[in-house]
Design a protein. Structure first.
Length: 386
C-alpha cells in the first residue's frame, strides 16, 4: 500500500516501491497495490503485471480521512482472505493494523523512507523560519509513528541513516531493535546498466559531441537538493575546461531561481535543464555523463536512488560528504565534498575527469533490486528458492 506511485509524480519513494513490486511479479508473486486516486487513470488497472487499485474520493498522493477509511474497507471486502503479506510504504497501511489479530499468519512490514525525527532535525538545521515552523507537522507525525511502529512485524529502513534514526532514542524506546531491518534501495540492473551504448541522437538534439565533457545531475529541483551549489561548482570548473557541459535532469519549485543563477553566472550556453524524464528513458541520459554530481544539503536516507542509478551506469559520483559518512560500500568511486565549497567541487571534477578510467564505477550486488527483493522475501517468510 502506498499513498503515492510513479503515476502521481516522479520521486524516489514512488520509484523504490514500484521497482520492488515489479521484481516481486518477475519472481511469480501476485501483487495488488492500493493507492490514492490517480488523475486520468481508471479505478483499477494492470501495469507491469501489477494490479493497481485507486480509491475514489481520496486525495491524489495525500493521506486523508477518506484514505484511511476506504483503504481499510476495500481490504476487508476484497483482499483479507487472499493476502499473504502486507507491505506499507511509509504509514500507508496504518489503518489495517487493528486487523492483525485476524491475520496472525500474515506478516506486516513497514518500509521507512525516513523518520519524522529526521525531518525535524533536518529542518531545524536549515535555520530557515519557514522550514522550522513546518516541522510542527512532523512533530505531530512523530507521536503517531511512535505509537504505530511496534505494531508492525518489521520496520524496514531503506538506507543507513534511516536505520540509525530508528535504532536510537527516542524511537528505540518504542521500537525494539530486533524489529528494525536495513534493506538498502535496490537498482533494477535490467534497466540501469553500464553496458548500454551512448545514445548519439540525444547528443545531437542537445548540440553536443564526443569532445564535450558532460557532468550530470538528476534530482527534484528543491532547495534542499543543492543544485545551486552544483551549478556554482560547475561554473568554476567550466572556466578551466570550456568544453564542459552540465545536464540537469528534474523539475521542481527551484527551476526559475536556478535558471536565473545560470544566467547571472554567464553559463547559459553550458547548462541544460532537461526537465523530468521518464524513468524508463533515464538511463539513455545518464550514459552520456562523465561524472555524476549531487551536492545535496539534506540529510538523506543513505545512498540515494539517483546516486545508485548513476553507479549502475558506471559513473563516478561526487556527492556531499555527509552522504559518504553513513555508507558501507567498499568503493573509492563515490567521492565526498563539502557542498558549499565550489572551488573544491571544481577541483574534484577536474581530478575525476582526468582520471575517469580509475574512477569508473560499479554497483555492489547488495544494492541491486534482485538482492533487495530476496531480503524482503526472508521477512515475509517466502521460500528462498525464488
Amino acid at each position: 500500500m502506498s499513498r503515492i506511485l510513479p503515476f502521481h509524480s516522479i520521486g524516489g519513494m514512488q520509484a523504490i516501491a514500484w521497482d520492488l513490486a515489479r521484481q516481486f511479479v518477475r519472481d511469480g508473486i501476485r501483487v495488488t497495490f492500493l493507492t490514492t486516486k490517480i488523475p486520468n487513470k481508471p479505478e483499477k488497472f494492470v501495469e507491469d503485471g501489477i494490479e493497481v487499485v485507486t480509491l475514489k474520493n481520496t486525495i491524489p498522493g495525500r493521506y486523508s480521512f477518506t484514505w484511511w477509511k476506504y483503504s481499510r474497507e476495500y481490504f476487508e471486502k476484497n483482499l483479507i482472505d487472499s493476502a499473504t503479506g502486507i507491505l506499507s510504504v511509509s504509514s500507508a497501511a496504518n489503518s489495517l493494523l487493528t486487523l492483525k489479530k485476524h491475520l496472525k499468519e500474515v506478516p506486516f512490514l513497514l518500509q521507512a523512507h525516513g523518520t519524522s525525527l529526521g525531518e525535524i532535525l533536518s529542518k531545524w538545521r536549515t535555520l530557515q523560519p519557514k522550514a522550522m515552523i513546518s516541522s510542527v507537522y512532523n512533530m505531530v507525525w512523530l507521536f503517531k509513528d511512535l505509537s504505530m511502529y511496534n505494531k508492525y512485524d518489521y520496520v524496514v529502513a531503506v538506507g543507513e541513516r534511516v536505520y540509525l534514526d530508528l535504532t536510537k532514542p527516542p524511537i528505540s524506546f518504542f521500537l525494539p531493535r530486533e524489529k528494525v531491518q536495513l534493506i538498502n534501495n535496490g537498482i533494477d540492473t535490467k534497466l540501469f546498466s553500464s553496458n548500454k551504448s551512448t545514445n548519439e541522437e540525444i547528443l545531437q538534439e542537445l548540440g553536443l559531441g564526443s569532445e564535450n565533457i558532460i557532468i550530470i545531475s538528476s534530482s527534484r529541483l528543491h532547495k534542499q537538493k543543492g543544485i545551486d551549489l552544483s551549478i556554482k561548482g560547475f561554473e568554476k570548473y567550466a572556466k578551466k575546461n570550456p568544453l564542459a557541459r552540465y545536464l540537469i535532469i528534474g523539475d521542481g519549485p527551484e527551476l526559475p531561481s536556478l535558471k536565473k543563477l545560470v544566467k547571472t553566472l554567464g553559463i547559459s550556453d553550458k547548462v541544460f535543464f532537461l526537465g523530468a524524464i521518464d524513468r524508463e528513458r533515464l538511463p539513455n541520459y545518464l550514459q552520456l555523463g562523465d561524472v555524476f554530481l549531487f551536492t545535496t544539503k539534506h540529510s538523506e536516507v543513505g545512498l540515494t536512488l539517483n546516486v545508485l542509478e548513476a553507479m549502475a551506469m558506471g559513473l563516478p559520483a561526487i556527492v556531499s560528504n555527509h552522504l559518504t559518512s553513513v555508507i558501507k560500500i567498499n568503493t573509492n568511486n563515490i567521492i565526498g565534498v563539502n557542498p558549499y565549497d565550489s572551488e573544491k567541487i571544481a577541483d574534484l571534477l577536474a581530478h575525476v575527469i582526468d582520471n575517469r578510467e580509475k574512477y569508473k564505477n560499479s554497483l555492489p550486488y547488495e544494492y541491486t533490486l534482485e538482492y533487495c527483493a530476496k531480503q524482503y522475501y526472508k521477512l515475509f517468510g517466502i521460500v528462498s528458492s525464488l
